[in-house]
Write a protein that binds this ligand. Structure first.
Ligand code: ADP
Ligand code: MG
Length: 371
């Protein structure tokens, strides 16, 4: 069982003008039994962060605590954490059984066979124990790599894009298997991916990284429903959230976001009058406007995509572009002029300069009216 605390962790590569902070002062507290996903685009520092936790890359600043113990300078062996990589790195000349048992044999453990049988059973590999890796499918190899991590009973699992070599169908199936495995083992998982679907479906919490820094940490619901920045809003969700420039006008209670093709009432509680903002709405929250007036984005349909059960319409509004998703058929065709509306509660507002979310202040309580 393992709690992993990271305090101001930094890793600089190179020196002088060429120096980059691959990881730049990240703090995170991973509770025992969590499935924490490190999510972000390629090059944002995910692998470097995971390798520092594993002890494979020394940090240039900050601390790592494992169950309260400072392990920043400890050898990988002393950490009892198991790492699984994207490339399975199985020994090609060894059978599945020998591959799984390898970490135990190097530690001269006596219960190797019993342990290998137990792990093979948990991963559905019993029938494959005598095969060599080349006679296995990609998914089976990935399970052997997991088995090799599992057999050690590690305090936590560190996984770096373990599914990215699998085809789409297998990836979906293995995702479900991993979630199930986590539920049964109840141990701590730290899982690196650039795939927002993997993050949303498997994580108990997601840490979104951008350029070596932490943008937001939260449950899948929190990062999707209340993204802390335009970066998080745009990275999670497909098709992406529509974001359009506007200025907030009006007095408190009557605020509107007004821009090119944009005129949306914001509801009460925004302390943003006079600000340049980005107004955001997710594709599933936009509706085709009916009636004469109302909150709206006005634009032209550029593309309609059939997803089977649903359709997505891509609409240009002013200089920007937004997507609308709904049951098929939406009843829109390319070239249509369209008015889109959105419930004010579903609108996201971000500062146009910093990209940070503008948080709604709680509605002031109305004074009791004397009768
Ligand atoms: P991710 O896993 O999110 O794709 P990485 O942690 O691998 O990102 O890399 C983060 C940044 O650090 C990248 O800019 C990468 O080029 C740089 N980097 C990673 N490892 C090294 C290294 N050993 N030497 C120099 N730069 C590195
Ligand atoms: Mg990586």
């Amino acid at each position: 069982m393992s709690r992993i605390q990271i305090e101001g962790l930094t890793r600089r590569f190179g020196s002088g003008n060429h120096a980059v902070n691959a990881v730049d002062g990240i703090s995170l507290d991973v509770a025992d039994g969590e499935f924490l996903v490190l999510l972000g685009p390629s090059g944002c520092g995910k692998s470097t962060l995971l390798r520092m936790i594993a002890g494979l890359t020394p940090p240039t600043g900050g601390r790592i605590l494992l169950d309260g113990r400072d392990i920043t300078a400890a050898e990988p062996r002393e950490r009892n954490l198991a790492m699984v990589f994207q490339s399975y790195a199985l020994y090609p000349h060894l059978t599945v059984a020998k591959n799984i048992g390898f970490p135990l044999r190097t530690r001269r453990r006596k219960d190797v066979d019993a342990k290998v049988t137990e792990v093979a059973k948990a991963l559905g590999l019993e029938q494959l124990l005598d095969r060599r890796p080349r006679a296995l499918s990609g998914g089976q190899r990935q399970r052997v790599a997991l088995g090799r991590a599992l057999v050690r009973d590690p305090g936590a699992f560190l996984l770096d894009e373990p599914l990215s070599n699998l085809d789409a169908t297998l990836r979906t199936a293995t995702r479900a298997e991993l979630t199930d495995l986590h539920r049964r083992l109840r141990s701590t998982f730290v899982y690196v991916t650039h795939d927002q679907i993997e993050a949303m479906t498997m994580a108990t919490r997601i840490a979104v990284l951008n350029g070596g820094r932490l943008e937001q940490v939260g449950t899948p619901e929190e990062v999707y429903d209340a993204p802390a920045s335009t970066f998080v809003a745009g990275f999670i969700g497909s098709p992406a959230i529509g974001l359009l420039p506007a200025e907030v006008r009006g007095a408190d209670g009557e605020l509107r976001a007004v821009g090119d093709g944009v005129d949306m009432p914001l509801g009460p509680g925004h302390d943003a009058s006079g600000r340049e903002v980005l107004v955001g709405a997710r594709p599933e929250h936009l509706r085709i406007g009916t009636g004469a007036v109302g909150p709206e984005w006005r634009g032209t349909v550029r593309l309609v995509e059939n997803l089977g059960g649903e359709e997505v319409a891509h609409v240009t509004v002013g200089g920007g572009r937004v997507a609308l998703r709904g049951p098929r058929p939406l009843g829109l065709a390319v070239g249509d002029a369209v008015r889109l509306t959105c419930d004010p509660d579903r609108i996201h507002l971000f500062c146009a300069t910093s990209g940070r979310r503008l948080v709604r202040t709680p509605e002031p309580r109305r004074a009791a009216v004397a009768v």
